[in-house]
Design a protein around this ligand. Structure first.
Ligand code: 8YV
Length: 328
């Protein structure tokens, strides 16, 4: 830890109050253009910075970490997911990695429920009809969606966000099912009236709605593979507000266009920001531009977490949100 103020390089524009506070506390370099930093600029940043504050749009892989100067001691990520950072390579070089868990849970869960509603009740299609001036009047058999109440929701990944989704879904009358590395506590299972499925395959075949809330790790890459997607009933809808890489996007696009899956609500994509062109044409796909945590409150709190992690490190303590490779 340097005696002077640490040099903190922030890769993207952050909310104003966050940037102001960072400039007060640290020797902060901001990205005023908000253009994602090119590889060369990132390499130059890790060569000079004591702390890098990146986001999901920066690929911090082992090769980039090799280019870091010996002074780089902390990567304080603005975001909960750290799949864009080679945490093992960083840790091996004595660089601590932190993230911003907890503060985007409720907003991401809200967006998940919005997508469930949007797909099941055809909200975007309906809104488009009105906005394009094509609304000719009510009809008994027009714009029919599917009821939410009483349906089976299968949650993949029952961490903070999965649980927040379950709480909301229960209030909507959905039956809660989940697949996770291990079952939740008996108290929580009772509170949510949640059924644990050890076998993901078995759960997929029996759900009306599936929603993904696991982190993207080597173990969850294409967890919803073409084979597994085929297990879904034809009336099922699939929601993903976690990471695109967890679903084989090409296989999903094929199944949706054939009507083998009824609909999908996606906020994240396998090759973000590229979206499979087949998906773009489908009326049964509601596609959002990675907005799970995009509320003023969440983004400000995420920035606050970044600051607390840097400040704690600067004061010689262990930052609260350290990412430990063995926990990934
Ligand atoms: C963030 C997210 O906006 O926190 C995450 O993991 O997916 C998003 O909600 C993004 O990661 C910012 O880096």
């Amino acid at each position: 830890m340097p005696a002077r103020k640490p040099k903190v390089i922030v890769t993207r524009k952050l909310p104003d109050p966050v940037e102001t506070r960072m400039r007060e506390l640290f020797d902060t370099e901001l990205n005023t253009t908000d253009e994602p930093m090119a590889r060369k600029a990132l390499a130059a940043a890790v060569a000079r910075a004591d702390v890098l504050a990146p986001t999901i749009t920066d690929k911090i892989d082992a090769r980039l970490i090799e280019q870091a100067g010996p002074q780089l001691k902390l990567i304080a990520n603005f975001g909960a997911g750290v799949d864009h950072i080679d945490v093992e390579a960083a840790t091996a070089r004595g660089i601590t990695v932190t993230n911003t868990p907890g503060v985007l849970t409720e907003d991401t869960a809200d967006l998940t429920l919005s997508l469930i509603m949007a797909v099941a009740r055809r909200i975007v299609e309906g809104a488009n009809v009105v906005q394009s001036g094509d609304f000719k009047g009510w009809a008994p058999t027009w714009m029919l969606g599917r009821r939410i109440t009483g349906k089976r929701l299968g949650i993949i990944g029952m961490g903070r966000i999965g649980q927040a989704v379950a709480r909301r879904a229960k209030a909507f009358g959905l039956q809660i099912h989940y697949h996770n590395r291990k079952p939740v506590s008996p108290r929580l299972a009772e509170e949510l009236d949640a059924t644990y499925w050890e076998s993901l395959d078995q759960m997929l075949a029996r759900m009306d709605i599936i929603t993904v809330h696991s982190p993207h790790t080597p173990a969850t890459y294409h967890l919803l593979s073409a084979r597994r997607l085929k297990l879904l009933p034809a009336h099922a809808i699939l929601i993903n507000t976690a990471r695109g890489e967890i679903i084989d996007e090409a296989a999903l696009a094929d199944l949706l266009s054939k009507g083998a899956i009824a609909g999908a609500g996606l906020d994240v994509y396998e090759f973000e920001p590229q979206v499979n062109p087949k998906l773009l044409k489908l009326p049964n796909a509601v596609l959002l531009p990675h907005m799970g945590s995009s509320t003023v409150e969440a983004r400000t709190d995420m920035g606050e977490k970044v600051i607390v992690n840097i400040k704690t490190w600067m004061d010689g303590h262990k930052p609260p949100d350290r990412v430990i490779p063995s926990m990934l």
